[in-house]
Design a protein around this ligand. Structure first.
Ligand SMILES: [Ca+2]
Ligand SMILES: [Ca+2]
Ligand SMILES: [Ca+2]
Ligand SMILES: [Ca+2]
Length: 543
């Protein structure tokens, strides 16, 4: 363990002043549940209570910076706050080395607000997403073995820490409900022999009694074993969680099983695992776990493994009791790094598969009990017609959807659940930009008309939702879908609130909310939908 940050004497004053600003900006954040972190929240269950955006036409795309093409990390999820979207990309001037940046982009215009060069570039083609610490007004970036916090407003470095090992493909977990002692959790990469670690870093200002650590100081780290891409997860206590950080490991293919373990997120020193589960097969978990509360109040963990050989059922998805680690269900699935999406309807959506190595991309729809035959449909095997009779899934013979390394999302709104699914390329490297972003109606089967509702070939990376907006990177750059936030600000006070609905009804302000050139009930409905869907979130969070 080591740390870092030379904070000068005046630092605590500086941090206190920043806190005030940050709290104000949090309170002023839009009512629309912007996704501050990978998979929409620390539970990593990528579900939104907003209508999904129309993907037919993007609101804007961002492809270059001062004439230089931006290469976005292809499978990262953008992260979003009330007015900005953040993502990692690189540019290369002629005759110069490639430089990686965090970009901050206006949600209203797609213009770059600021860029900040990374102290270290991502290693091993890492696709780690950023995470926003709304309480302290920073965006957290994990690249190489440096974890840094950048001011959301300016990109200025607030703190940074150098860890013994690098972060690869895993995204940070930022707590927001630990009062004066919020923390960020990251996992470092190790294929062995040195163990990867779960590292806990302090975020909040120093307080001798309540929080005796400086921002950016490592509080503790614990060895995990072999790790890669293992994004930590935690269900917030206000949503039925138990303050345990749940993290998976990769094991050693064919030799030892991957594990899932839970650690006390509030511990002052490196905690022993509260529980640990070893996969039932000699396969590891190369992604994160999803936490979900069942209708009866139980808290469960869902995670899917990656198998280096075998076809569409060679890996597995497990379901555990999040309070004990006991195995509750298991079913065979196609290999993946993606997080299962657990829906209140008792279904699980899972993006899986790779082009080649005995696998193909397939989107799976599972019964959430995860009994032995949980798969209700599989987009590859259910649509496959072996035209050339060679027993193989050739590209033109099945519906190609999803892939192992880009995270889909679900939208539950107006009694309808729709999936937004990135699809990987049929050829090329596994970290190439995705080929498409598809909106799927999972109540149909893959062979039925209307299964694919809509598709964009501009985007194809992990999906971030923010109220009526969606963001994803792809061959079209960083792509924004849905009406931009400013369109909902009828009264022009830079906020979206019930006051905008009053203004609309009173006939004042910018009333063409949906931007179709005329003012009518559709505009009022769009505004109402935005505000109403936030009521659902607030009510659920308040229980
Ligand atoms: Ca705090
Ligand atoms: Ca064939
Ligand atoms: Ca307003
Ligand atoms: Ca209109």
């Amino acid at each position: 363990m080591q740390l870092l940050v030379g904070l000068a004497c005046g630092a605590s004053v500086l941090v206190a002043a920043r806190d005030v600003t940050a709290q104000m900006s949090t309170q002023a954040s839009d009512p629309a549940g912007a996704w501050l972190t990978f998979a929409g929240g620390n539970a990593r269950n990528a579900v939104s209570r907003h209508a999904r955006a129309d993907v037919a036409t993007p609101a804007w795309t961002l492809t270059s910076d001062n004439g230089l093409a931006i290469a976005w990390l292809a499978q990262q999820s953008p992260v979003v706050d009330a007015s900005r979207v953040f993502a990692v990309g690189s540019t290369q001037a002629v005759g110069q080395v490639r430089v990686f940046y965090v970009f901050c982009v206006s949600r209203d215009t797609g213009a770059i607000v600021w860029r900040r060069a990374l102290a270290q570039e991502p290693v091993l083609e890492s696709q780690s997403s950023l995470a926003i610490d709304a309480g302290n007004g920073t965006v957290i970036v994990a690249a190489g073995n440096t974890i840094a916090a950048l001011d959301v407003g300016s990109g200025a470095a607030v703190w940074s820490v150098v860890l013994p090992q690098s972060v690869v493909n895993a995204s940070p977990l930022v707590t927001d409900d630990f009062g004066a002692s919020d923390r960020v959790f990251v996992t470092t990469f190790s294929p062995g022999p040195v163990a990867g670690e779960l590292v806990c870093i302090n975020l909040d200002g120093f307080d001798a009694i309540r929080n005796p650590w400086q921002p950016g100081e490592v509080v503790w780290s614990v060895p995990l074993g072999n790790t890669s891409g293992n994004t930590p997860a935690m269900m917030p206590r206000r949503l039925g969680g138990n303050d345990l950080v749940v993290v998976a490991t990769i094991g050693e293919a064919g030799v030892t099983a991957g594990t899932i373990a839970a650690f006390d997120a509030k511990a002052s020193t490196g905690p022993a695992a509260a529980w640990a589960f070893s996969n039932t097969r000699l396969q590891g978990f190369f992604g994160g776990c999803t936490l979900a509360v069942t209708p009866s109040g139980g808290l469960e963990v869902f995670a899917s493994s990656y198998a280096f050989s075998g076809g569409l059922t060679s890996a597995n998805t497990v379901r555990l009791d999040a309070r004990s680690g006991a195995l509750l269900g298991e079913t065979s699935t196609n290999r993946t790094n993606a997080n299962p999406i657990v829906l209140a309807s008792g279904r699980v959506a899972l993006a899986t598969g790779i082009s080649g190595f005995g696998s193909v991309p397939s989107l799976l729809w599972l019964d959430a009990s995860l009994g032995s035959s949980a798969t209700l449909w599989n987009t590859a095997s259910d649509t496959w017609v072996d035209l050339d009779g060679d027993g193989r899934f050739d590209v033109s013979e099945y519906l190609r959807l999803s892939g192992y390394n880009a995270q889909p999302a679900a939208s539950m709104f107006g009694g309808q659940t729709l999936l937004v699914v990135p699809t990987i390329q049929a050829a090329g490297t596994t970290i190439a930009s995705g080929s498409s972003l598809s909106v799927i109606d999972p109540t149909r089967t893959p062979v039925q008309a209307g299964f694919v509702v809509q598709q964009s070939t501009l985007a194809g990376g992990s999906v971030a939702l923010a109220g009526p907006n969606m963001y994803s990177v792809g061959v079209g750059g960083l792509v924004a879908f849905g009406r931009v936030p400013a369109a909902f600000d009828v009264n022009g006070d830079k906020r979206r609130s019930i006051d905008d609905l009053y203004a609309w009804a009173a006939g004042s302000g910018a009333r063409d909310v949906n931007g179709d050139g005329s003012v009518n009930a559709a505009d009022r409905d769009a505004l109402r939908a935005l505000l109403r869907s936030d009521e659902v979130r607030v009510m659920e969070e308040a229980r």
